[in-house]
Structures are given as structure tokens and as C-alpha cells.
Design a protein around this ligand. Structure first.
Ligand SMILES: [Zn+2]
Length: 167
């Protein structure tokens, strides 16, 4: 059958409505037909809302994944560093040198008056062969405060859906 739009011959053509006129068009040309058939403003907004919901869902998923992977510095990190260093039988000075840091940084960390950066935490963990971080429980905390004191929103429903999927 011949496509009435481009004039080429195709084994299959579709009937499409273009600005009130029904014609036979190939799959390529029939894409253009949709614009004349559907109320563009409502089609546009439906797509818009869908996109927004999709994005929102994705954001929440990412947030949850992120929360679950959050690791925070353990409260007793000074003790962990000191004990690991003593076990290895090295001085603060020697540890500092091996980490390429100042001795004062080591002594301050062992008293808890200096919080190591993520980079330094990683260095300490690998050279002392210890763990200085623990999984943070952020996701659980935020869930329990989600729906208190206000009406359920679409976001809450989505969140409940997501929580169900995780279980
Ligand atoms: Zn065509």
C-alpha cells in the first residue's frame, strides 16, 4: 500500500488522523499524525506529571540507597587507633611518618580532639588494618518521622510502595 504522506510503497500502512483527515501512512509518517489527533496541551501535561513522578521515585530510590550506604566515623575511633597502633608496637611518631602526617595529628586523633578526613580515615584503616567507620542508620530514622502530623501525600504513598519493594 502506498503511504499518502511520503508516497513510498509499504507492505503495511496505518490509518492516521492528520488534522481531521484520515489517511494511510507508513510507520515513519504515522508518527507525525499523532500531533494532529491528540489534544496537545493535555498530552503534554500528562507526560509532564509522569516525568515528575518518575524523577521523584528515582530520587527517593537514590536517597535510600545512599542512606543505606552511609558510613560514619565510629564514636570510639580514638581508642581504635590507639589500640591498633599499640598492637603493632609502633609510636605515634612512627605511625605519623608511615602515613605522611604530622605526629600532632596522630596524638590529637587518639584523644578525640581531631576528626580525621575521609582520606585520612582510609589511610589509617589500611595501614592499621582496622575499621574506623560504622554503617549509619539514617534511612530508618527518616522513615519513622515521615507521616507524623500531616495528611498523606502522593510522596508518602510512593515511599510506602518503595519500602514494600525493599522487604
Ligand atoms: Zn510515509
Amino acid at each position: 500500500m502506498q503511504c499518502e504522506m511520503c508516497g513510498r510503497d509499504f507492505p503495511n500502512t496505518k490509518k492516521v488522523n492528520i488534522e481531521g483527515t484520515t489517511i494511510n501512512a507508513c510507520s515513519e509518517c504515522s508518527k507525525f499524525g499523532l500531533g494532529g489527533n491528540v489534544d496537545e496541551s493535555s498530552a503534554g501535561s500528562a507526560t509532564y506529571i509522569e516525568k515528575r513522578l518518575e524523577n521523584r521515585q528515582r530520587r527517593m530510590r537514590e536517597k535510600n540507597v545512599y542512606d543505606r550506604n552511609i558510613r560514619e566515623l565510629a564514636d570510639d575511633y580514638p581508642k581504635r587507633i590507639r589500640e591498633a597502633r599499640n598492637k603493632l608496637g609502633i609510636t605515634q611518631d612512627e605511625l605519623a611518618k608511615s602515613l605522611n602526617e604530622k605526629k600532632s595529628i596522630i596524638s590529637q586523633m587518639e584523644t578525640g580532639s581531631f576528626t580525621p578526613s575521609e582520606r585520612l580515615i582510609a589511610k589509617l584503616e589500611s595501614s592499621l588494618n582496622i575499621k574506623l567507620t560504622e554503617a549509619a542508620n539514617v534511612a530508618v530514622q527518616s522513615q519513622t518521622t515521615t507521616v507524623k502530623g500531616r495528611a498523606l501525600t502522593l510522596g508518602d504513598l510512593l515511599q510506602a510502595e518503595l519500602d514494600k519493594q525493599k522487604e
